[in-house]
Ligand binder design. Structure first.
Ligand SMILES: [Zn+2]
Length: 232
């Protein structure tokens, strides 16, 4: 496992260190699965590397070995459906690919009980709400990852907001939490999007939502899709 892979998947460690143990449950402790199929398609799209990271499968075993290195018991393991259904990936059947990615996540957490499986769905694909039901009922997944940038969801577009609302409604009804990569592709992303999201959440009083990466896009600084609202 290269250093770069470690830095990508083990950001949780950096975030966790300064916290006293009683505060740990408030720490963002998510890790990303990458199925062989998703890794293959991602390489086809961008080549062998991404941000200096050699693209390779990230299985449940990969995540557990990183947890061991970091001295952590467990983590949330995220399905890569948000990635394989990204428009640039050119999926010919996003609904089927979503099922396949969520089934892969379910299998990994079945093999590695230290991981808690999160489904994923692109809110803009046909059948997105039903995919949430399927992930809970058939695959036993216990949370939902949404990635507004990869799914190109923009809350300023009415249709996108409705589609997201339908998925949030289903997650709320099933009682599963949502881990949200909130930052999207709009270069004007900022406070207005926060306000729209708060309005949306007001309709879902029972829903638990956590913003991943402090509301940013993965890294924590400028140029890495940093915290929400820090656009130059
Ligand atoms: Zn992440």
């Amino acid at each position: 496992m290269s250093l770069k892979v470690r830095s990508l998947f083990a950001a949780l460690v950096l975030l966790s260190v300064p916290f006293p143990s009683e505060a740990r449950e408030a720490v963002d402790r998510h890790m990303h699965l990458l199925s062989p199929m998703a890794a293959h398609r991602l390489r086809r799209l961008v080549g062998p590397e991404l941000y200096g990271w050699t693209i390779e499968t990230s299985s449940g075993a990969t995540l557990v070995s990183l947890l061991d290195e970091a001295g952590f018991d467990g983590a949330f393991a995220l399905s890569d459906a948000y990635l394989v259904t990204m428009a640039e990936m050119g999926s010919s059947d996003p609904r089927f690919d979503t099922r396949r990615s969520n089934a892969y996540a379910a299998l990994q957490v079945l093999i590695h009980p230290r991981l808690v499986g999160f489904a994923s769905v692109n809110p803009l694909i046909e059948g997105a709400p039903e995919a949430v039901d399927e992930a809970v009922d058939r695959f036993g997944l216990r949370g939902l990852k949404l990635h507004l940038a990869n799914s190109d969801v923009d809350l300023r577009r009415d249709g996108d907001r409705k589609a997201l609302d339908a998925v949030l409604e289903r997650a709320e009804a099933r009682g599963i939490p949502v881990l949200l990569h909130f930052r999207n592709r709009n270069p004007r992303f900022g406070a207005r999007d926060g306000e729209l999201f708060v309005d949306l959440l007001a309709e879902h009083g029972e829903l638990r939502v956590q913003l991943a990466h402090l509301g940013g896009g993965g890294g924590l600084g400028r140029g890495h899709g940093g915290p929400a609202g820090d656009d130059p």
